[in-house]
Design a protein around this ligand. Sequence first.
Ligand SMILES: [Fe+2]
Ligand SMILES: [Fe+2]
Length: 229
Amino acid sequence: MSLFAIGDLHLSFGTDKPMDIFGPAWENYVEKIKEGFSVLTDEDVCVLCGDISWGLSLEEAEEDFRFIHNLPGRKIILKGNHDYWWTSAAKMNAFLEKHGFGSISILHNNAYEYGENAAICGSRGWFYEESKGSAHDKKLIDREVQRLETSLKAGGEREKYVFLHYPPKYGAYLCPDILRLLREYDVKVCCSGHLHAESLRMAFNGDWEGTKHLCVSGDGIRFRPCKIL
Ligand SMILES: [Fe+2]
Ligand SMILES: [Fe+2]
C-alpha cells in the first residue's frame, strides 16, 4: 500500500472547458492522468488536492467523478478554488453513494487513518497576507485555519500528512497561520497544488520548519501522482 497525491485534474467531461489552451502540458491530459494512475493498485490511496472538476453542480461533475472512481486506488478529495460543485459533506456523500462512487471520500473537517501510524489531514487553505489582504480574506483564512485544525485534531496521535489546495509557501509568500499549524502538529509532509504553468516556477519543494513541502499540481508533475509514503 502506498500514499500518493496529485492536484488540479481540472476534468470537464460534463462541461466544455478545453484545457489545452492553458499550455502544451495540458494536451491529452486525460490520457496522461490515466497513464499516471496506471502504476497505482486498488490497495493504494491518492489524495486529489482540489481543482478537480469544472462542473458547476454535482450533476455536471458526475462524469468527472465516474472517471475518478474508475481510476485505481482509493481517492480522497479536497476542495480547490474552482470546485463550484462543492457543497455540504452530507450532500456530497449522498451523491457519491447514489452513484456507487465508493472509491471516493471527502476530506473536509475530518481526517483519514492511513496504515499503522499515519493520518491524512487537510483543507483548501487560502492565500492571505496581513499587509495586503482584505477583511474578507481575513475571514476566509480564519475559517480555513479552523478547518485544518479540526482535521489535524481528528488525526489524533498519528503522524500527520497534510494536503491543501493553496500552497502555504511559494516564492516570497508565506501564510503564517497555516505554517504555524504545520509546526504545532509536527506535520511531516505538506502537499499542495493550485500553481500552474509559469507560476510553477515559484513553487516551493523542500523542508521548512520540519515539514517537507511538495507542489503536486497536475501539470507540474506531468500528471503522475506523486508518491508520498
Ligand atoms: Fe486553484
Ligand atoms: Fe488549478
